[in-house]
Design a protein around this ligand. Structure first.
Ligand code: M5T
Ligand code: MG
Length: 242
């Protein structure tokens, strides 16, 4: 069967409600199942805005966002959420147990699936270290876990749903470089058939992506692989050197 999860942006323009200037202009790209697409760019470039258009946190002003050829504006919310898992830049945890947090998108998941997701997200040790395990309680706002643990639990939650498309918005930034690398390696093995879109600050997080989009001031200014961009993109070189 053909793999699912092809994402296409066609000449997308977007403005926040009430704003005058567009935050995104003429955005066109395709992300394919089995591949990793990365988005990099300075703060305020529009990365979070861009990835929020697929799960329809906002709708485009013009152009189209398509999932397997169908505009997302023609899909209902439950279909999109079952097929697209987004890990937000500021991950949220519910007050309740770790299990409750992980099962959020897929209540029927087995314990084995939860542990498997935790292992991939490099969060298994953290959950195992207390005897309460999956029943360990997360305080309101997730204040009793660190930023990096919050990110990893949020990644595990996305893995439990086994979607066609993963969106990671700066999800690896609170991890040390070694954990970041281990997590992405495990992730790659577990998400072979899915489309993976990674927003990153660090070049090391995305150097092995199949394609990298360089976003600046709401526009894609350059695109290519890491090696290509090192040769051709002054904006990318600046990010590498920063
Ligand atoms: C892009 C503005 C923001 C900036 C531009 C989320 C949000 C953003 N903006 C709003 O006006 N309202 C909003 O709700 O849009 O912002 P971004 O998409 O958040 O940029 P980024 O993700 O590339 O930045 P960062 O800091 O996460 O690397 O002008 O003011
Ligand atoms: Mg952002």
């Amino acid at each position: 069967a053909e793999k699912k999860g092809r994402v296409e942006f066609r000449d997308v323009t977007f403005k926040y409600p009430g704003a005058e200037a567009p935050v995104l202009s003429n955005i066109s790209f395709t992300a394919e199942p089995g591949k990793t697409l990365a988005i990099i760019g300075s703060t305020g470039a529009g990365k979070t805005t861009l990835v929020s258009l697929l799960p329809r946190l906002y709708d485009v002003a013009s152009g189209d966002v398509l999932l397997d050829g169908v505009p997302v504006t023609k899909m209902d919310a439950s279909e999109i959420t079952s097929r697209v898992s987004a890990v937000p830049q500021k991950p949220y945890l519910f007050s309740g147990t770790i299990e409750h947090n992980l099962r959020f998108g897929k209540p029927e998941a087995t314990d084995e699936e939860l542990w498997d997701a935790l292992e991939t997200a490099q969060a298994k040790g953290f959950v195992e270290e207390k005897s309460s395990g999956l029943n360990r309680r997360i305080a309101q706002g997730g204040t009793n876990v660190s930023g990096g643990q919050r990110q990893r639990l949020s990644i595990a939650r996305a893995l439990v749903t086994k979607p066609n498309v993963y969106l990671f918005d700066d999800s690896f930034s609170a991890l040390d470089v070694a954990t970041d690398a281990r997590l992405r390696k495990a992730l790659k093995a577990k998400t072979r058939d899915a489309t993976v879109i990674i927003v990153a600050q660090r070049v090391s997080t995305i150097a092995d992506a199949d394609e990298i989009l360089v976003l600046d001031n709401g526009r894609i200014v350059d695109r290519g692989t890491h090696d290509e961009l090192l040769e051709t993109s002054p904006t990318y070189q600046e990010i590498v050197e920063s």
